[in-house]
Design a protein around this ligand. Structure first.
Ligand code: Z5A
Length: 212
């Protein structure tokens, strides 16, 4: 009997929307219900490329804007063989940020088109579901101050949000907007329901290619 593949589930959203909190809860809930599930996150800061990105994000080094965009993309591509292997083994992957963050953050900088930013990520494994955790800047501010990493300013985060809104108009990707202003348990229940539906729908489908 052939193994049913796992689903690729991505959580996106602005800073402090609760992506990491919800990824952890979703992985735990899916595992508790007997579904093999693992978490991944991008950037994956432990690889050689990830270490360059980490140093850039922590403002310890500077990288030219096109270069860092390509490094973020390369950081996803270097993990594609592992992702495919796990999905084909029937393991669901819950991913904290993916190519959509890559495009939204770089295209929020002056002089970058959405098309140019999408190009290096074309053909990545296509998520079966992308949940966008929606949170207004005012609500995000109530969750604490911005940290010290690059990009953590209100003005830049608003520009990023607008780019995400453009990306969400693309019908080739299965988007689901989640109201992230609710309490953690209510947000989790919503995310879990959508994820179970996506897992059931994906199991007999081939893995797609993003933006192709
Ligand atoms: N970046 C890029 O430029 N290009 C790329 O290709 C990729 C990323 C992939 C690092 O991301 C930066 O890299 C990021 C985008 C850029 N820059 N920014 N900004 P990261 O994922 O490593 O770090 P982050 O996105 O800044 O993490 P964030 O602050 O993690 O947010 P979060 O994961 O959405 O939130 P959280 O950690 O789960 O929760 C934040 C706080 O809110 C925490 O205290 C929680 O307890 C609290 N919380 C969570 N949910 C709730 C609810 N429902 N109510 C109340 N309080 C809550």
């Amino acid at each position: 009997m052939t193994c049913r593949r796992g689903a690729l589930i991505v959580l996106e959203g602005v800073d402090k929307a609760g992506k990491t909190t919800q990824c952890n809860k979703l992985v735990q809930a899916l595992q508790d219900s007997g579904r093999q599930t693992e978490m991944m996150k991008f950037p994956e800061r432990t690889t050689k490329i990830g270490q360059l990105i980490n140093s850039y994000l922590e403002n310890k080094s500077n990288l030219e804007d096109h270069t860092v965009h390509l490094l973020f993309s390369a950081n996803r591509w270097e993990l594609v063989p592992l992702m495919k292997e796990k999905l084909e083994q029937g393991i669901n992957l819950v991913v904290d940020r993916y190519a959509f963050s890559g495009v939204a953050f770089t295209s929020a900088k002056p002089g970058f088109s959405l098309d140019w930013c999408m190009n290096p990520d074309m053909g990545l494994p296509k998520p079966d579901l992308v949940m966008f955790l929606q949170l207004s800047p005012t609500e995000a501010a109530q969750r604490g101050q911005f940290g010290t990493e690059r990009y953590e300013t209100t003005v830049f985060q608003k520009a990023v949000q607008q780019k995400f809104e453009l990306l969400m108009k693309d019908p080739s990707v299965k988007w689901q907007v989640i109201d992230a202003a609710r309490n953690i348990e209510d947000v989790h229940a919503d995310i879990k329901n959508h994820s179970v539906d996506a897992i059931n729908a994906a199991e007999n489908e081939p893995i797609g290619e993003l933006w192709k």
